[in-house]
Design a binder for this molecule. Structure first.
Ligand SMILES: [Zn+2]
Length: 1014
């Protein structure tokens, strides 16, 4: 082994001495800058022992004039999750709908460096002596190598790094999962060095904190002969070694990283595309055979994107582009010459091609904005994510039309909820704006707090920055500028400051203000149309009309505009005369104190006081629409007020459900009204009451991050009656983190099949909520919040079978209370660990034959934990427990029932009732099948995990100071199916429980529910 390495070292040094720079074989590709780091890699991947052994020769040349006596490398697999970051990371994986235990490796430190040898220093051989090095304090992914002499400008050093990477059974950048082995951003790479010294970035596992020079790579990869290899570089030659391993020699490659993915399960799908410079790029997709549909679609999408981006930015630099299926939880990941697409994207319903179009086009765009033009991914991730997001939407606007749908429903099902691209793009940013925490575009990754913050800042705001630059320069100049920048910074690093300087030298204008406002600032603009009036132009101002030809009469149109937010940014007012005419008449406006007069259209823009302007123009005919910033170029806090006419979207559908009332399925910038036959209800308990599953008809109104609500007539399945109901939630009102909600239900008919009719279950609640911590679920309330509520309720409990003398059934009560909830179950649909705390107090009046005062207290504490045992089966077993205490006065009232599907599962609601109860639940969830793909309905829904639950519930209820029937013990079993809805959009558990009280002659109870009982 050692002698073989030495031989190769000599060959490598020979390459250095001759100064040969491996090229990419085409004149069309950008020249490779002098002095880039060189890496020569010998890699052996052994999926059996789950290790990757490497010998890496690194040559670093000091490209600055500032000498350094150390060399700093980033070696990300040496990262270890700090304990204080575990919850944030678990919640990030939950947001991605991945079980944290699948992607989070609390052990960490899988990258092991055995030795660093000095091979060459300042042109002299280093005799292979060992070099001292240490991991940096506070940055466990940074290696500092102490050199015996300083490296001055133009001088170089060559090191030999020997080490290995343990490939844990975790999804992510390095590891193995379901037969796929991956090593991305895993090999040591020299940190970025400039006149200010080394810039080793800390590892941030929830994004790409990478900041390094492109490298020149040569590599030999050894892997089992039955594994297909996906790699940044192209295969040069291969042979089978005596140990049966395949030895693959790669052609020299220049890129930002060097990624390797391999699997026995892969099938190779291929195609090719011709670029504008007549070069042909081979397209390869390595995916599972069962994912052939998306493999072919993804090849098509890439083949459509590469030529366009090549035209926009400059030629794609390689003769090969690889797309590989892997397991990492987020949907797509860029590497050099290669992109990774998550297995769950390949497993999407086939109708979701529109989403694949977006995702693959975005990741492909990173071949320019990340790989070719390098960025500081730790502090300025918007420089690649903002660019990739902006150019991808620009590309898709032209290819598929503005705001195309992600889901391609079959004919006749077009009424099903769909996700339009603009709604997908802007809904979560609207949330950030309404919450008042929309961040700046640039900033260190940890400053964004979490992935949603980063999306709002670097992606959403960052993409708008690129759009505003295009708007200021005009299309032709913008692309001239962009092509120049890409050419100049190919295989180099472009910082935001340098980008600004390039803009300044291209335009001859200062751009400091623009960057301060839009890149580094958080402020927003909000142009709004206040009014539009028009009248026929006076004949004197109009040229004579030719006789006999009827012409539309010119109109003098007056538009009053208001700019309501901090940033008074210039824009245009556009006038539309026919649907889709692109607003042919445009008048510049702003800043709002600016007076503007144009000869064309006799236009005048007159300031009307703070933020307001009046625009007057003579137009050839009456406009059908007037819009300020018609293309949505600006970062506008409320795009819903930018149009004169903003009619709501109205839909009558044959089936209406909670999917019709989400941010993703509604237009983000206007009111949405829908109605139809309805299946609905809440999937979580509220302190006032739990809403029943309902079947009926509903008319709903929705405005993204503003309002959701409706009216309905429906059968309540829990009470077998028919009700009229109203519900609503005003979000971010009256303050950014508060909500006001209500529900009212009045019985119209029923109950059916229940004899007693002495009570009439009407109920109502109004609540105000403060949100401490938002969650990511589409169907659950926030992680942590407090409510102030007032509720009136008739008695919903069935009449009890176990009567205690002197105890009275309340007819109704009206109480006002406070409630606090903390739900740290992670992931929320099938927790691996976490606690749940629920506390409520309410006081008011109850009708106990006469109206009396009442006070009610409720407390609940629950915890779940996967067994802390390192074992493939036992570590997936979960134990859950809960303590419930409820009490109310006066104690002669029957306020609570002991039984129920989410309380004591051995009794129904009628069995025992009283005024004080305690329950202790304990449950073990035994995996029957884990990580399966039992899909139905074109992968629309599928089982991922199946559990058998065994439980023991114990509790007692008291009335009038006496126990009702004593302490009850119940044993039971259940089934839990963890469902994936639309692959990675949402997750939920469906539950079936059978319980029996063992110390009472009561019937077996059957319960069905969504989510675990506690
Ligand atoms: Zn991206």
């Amino acid at each position: 082994m050692k002698s073989r390495i030495r031989g190769e070292v000599v060959a490598w040094l020979g390459l250095l001495v001759t100064g040969t720079v491996p090229g990419t074989g085409s004149a069309a590709v950008p020249p490779i800058p002098a002095g880039l780091p060189k890496y020569d890699l010998q890699l052996t991947i052994d999926p059996k022992s789950h290790t990757a052994d490497f010998q890496l020769l690194v040559t670093w040349t000091n490209r600055t004039s500032v000498p350094t006596q150390s060399l700093v490398l980033n070696f990300y697999p040496h990262y270890e999750i700090p304990p204080e970051n575990r919850l944030l990371l678990a919640k990030t994986l939950e947001l991605l709908r991945l079980h944290p235990s699948y992607g989070m490796d609390v052990r960490g430190k899988h990258g092991i460096l055995r030795a660093i040898n000095l091979l060459q220093l300042r042109g002299r051989p280093g005799h292979g002596g060992l070099l001292p090095y240490h991991y940096q304090r506070g940055n466990s992914a940074a290696i500092v190598v102490d050199l015996p002499e300083a490296i001055a400008g133009g001088e170089s050093v060559t090191l030999e790094l020997l080490g290995n990477i343990r490939l844990a059974n975790k999804q992510g950048r390095w590891g193995h999962w379901d037969g796929v082995t991956y090593l991305t951003n895993a090999l040591p790479v020299v940190a970025y060095y400039d006149r200010d010294g080394w810039h080793e970035t800390p590892f941030v596992p929830w994004h790409q904190p990478f900041w390094n020079e492109a490298g020149i790579y040569t590599a030999t990869i050894r892997l089992p002969r039955d594994h297909l290899l996906a790699c940044s570089a192209t295969v040069d030659s291969e042979s089978i070694g005596v140990d049966g391993f395949r030895e693959v020699r790669m052609k020299p490659f220049v890129g930002r990283d060097f990624a390797v993915v391999c699997s026995q399960r892969f099938q190779l799908f291929e195609s090719a595309v011709k670029l504008p410079d007549e070069r042909t790029v081979q397209l390869r997709c390595l995916a599972f055979p069962e994912h052939a549909y998306y493999a072919k679609e993804i090849l098509r999408i890439a083949s459509e994107a590469l030529p366009v981006y090549s035209r926009w930015f400059g030629a794609y630099p390689y003769d090969q582009f690889t797309i590989v299926e892997s397991f990492f939880g987020w949907n797509g990941n860029e590497c050099s010459g290669m992109i990774l697409i998550d297995e769950r994207v390949f497993g999407m319903p086939h109708t979701a091609v529109g989403y694949a179009e977006y995702l693959v086009s975005h990741e492909t765009c990173h071949q320019w904005w990340y790989n070719l033009v390098g960025t500081n991914g730790y502090s300025e991730t918007f420089m690649d994510e903002g660019a990739a997001t902006y150019f991808t939407h620009r590309f898709l606007d032209r290819k598929l039309g503005k705001n195309n749908a992600f889901l391609n429903w079959p004919r006749g099902l077009a009424w099903l909820p769909n996700i339009q691209r603009e709604n997908y793009r802007y809904a979560s940013y609207q949330g950030a704006i309404r919450r008042g925490d929309a961040p700046a575009a640039a900033g260190d990754l940890p400053e964004f707090g979490h992935l949603i913050g980063l999306f709002s800042g670097a992606y959403d705001r960052g993409s708008k920055v690129f759009g505003m630059i295009e708007h200021r320069l005009g299309e032709a100049a913008f692309f001239d500028f962009i092509q120049g920048v890409v050419k100049k910074y190919s295989f180099e690093v472009l910082t935001a400051a340098t980008f600004r300087q390039e803009l300044e030298s291209y335009t001859g204008q200062p751009w400091v203000d623009f960057f301060e406002r839009w890149v580094y600032g958080k402020d927003l603009t909000d142009w709004a149309i206040v009014s539009v009036t028009s009248h026929r132009q006076l004949p004197s101002a109009v040229r004579a009309e030719p006789a006999g030809i009827p012409r539309p009469h010119p109109r003098r149109v007056e538009v009053v505009l208001e700019q309501k937010r901090e940033l008074d940014e210039a824009t245009v007012v556009g006038f539309q005369f026919a649907e889709g005419d692109g607003y042919p008449v445009r008048i510049p406006v702003g800043p709002s104190h600016q007076e503007i007069r144009l000869a064309e259209y006799q236009a005048e823009v007159v300031p009307l006081g703070p933020g307001k302007v009046r625009v007057q123009a003579t137009l050839p005919e009456e406009p059908i629409q007037v819009a300020v910033d018609p293309e949505g170029v600006l970062i506008d806090a409320n795009p819903g007020n930018n149009r004169w006419k903003n009619p709501p979207r109205v839909q009558l559908v044959p089936f209406y459900s909670m999917l019709n009332e989400t941010d993703l399925t509604n237009d983000y910038d206007r009111w949405n009204f829908g109605a139809g036959p309805w299946l609905g209800g809440a999937l979580y308990p509220d302190p006032w009451y739990t809403r029943s599953t309902m079947i009926g008809v509903r008319a709903g109104a929705y405005r993204t991050q503003v309002f959701t609500g409706g009216v309905y007539v429906a059968a309540r399945t829990d009470y077998r009656d028919l009700v009229f109901g109203v519900d609503g939630l005003l979000d971010h009102w009256p303050w950014p983190r508060t909500q006001v909600g209500w529900n009212f239900e009045r019985r119209l008919a029923g109950p059916i099949g229940i004899a007693e009719k002495d009570h009439s279950p009407n109920r109502a609640v109004v609540f105000g909520r403060y949100v401490f911590e938002y969650g990511s679920s589409l169907y659950l309330p926030p992680i942590s919040y407090a409510d102030l509520y007032s509720t009136y309720q008739d008695n919903f409990l069935p009449v009890t079978r176990t009567n205690v003398p002197g105890v009275i059934r309340p007819n109704s009560f009206w109480v006002t209370g406070l409630h606090y909830r903390l739900n740290l179950y992670t992931p929320y649909w099938d927790p691996e660990r976490g606690i749940w705390l629920d506390l409520a107090y309410a006081g008011g009046v109850a009708d106990l034959e006469s109206t009396v005062g009442t006070h009610q207290l409720r407390g609940e504490f629950a915890a779940v934990r996967a067994l802390p045992i390192e074992h493939p089966y036992l570590s997936a077993v979960k134990a859950a427990g809960r303590l419930v205490l409820w009490g109310a006065v006066p104690d002669r009232g029957q306020f609570f029932a002991l039984g129920g599907g989410t309380l004591y599962r051995g009794f129904d609601l009628a069995e025992r009732q009283g005024s004080f109860l305690w329950v202790v639940n304990s449950e073990i969830r035994w995996p029957l099948a884990m990580n399966v793909r039992w899909d139905a309905l074109d992968h629309f829904v599928g089982v991922r995990d199946l559990y058998l639950a065994s439980f023991y519930d114990v509790g007692a209820i008291y009335a009038h100071g006496k126990s009702v029937g004593g302490v009850a013990h119940a044993l039971g079993m259940g089934l839990r199916a963890d469902l994936a809805i639309f692959s990675f959009i949402e997750r939920a558990v469906v539950r079936f429980d059978v319980g029996k009280t063992i110390n009472a002659a009561t019937p077996i109870q059957f319960w069905f529910g969504i989510q675990h009982a506690f």
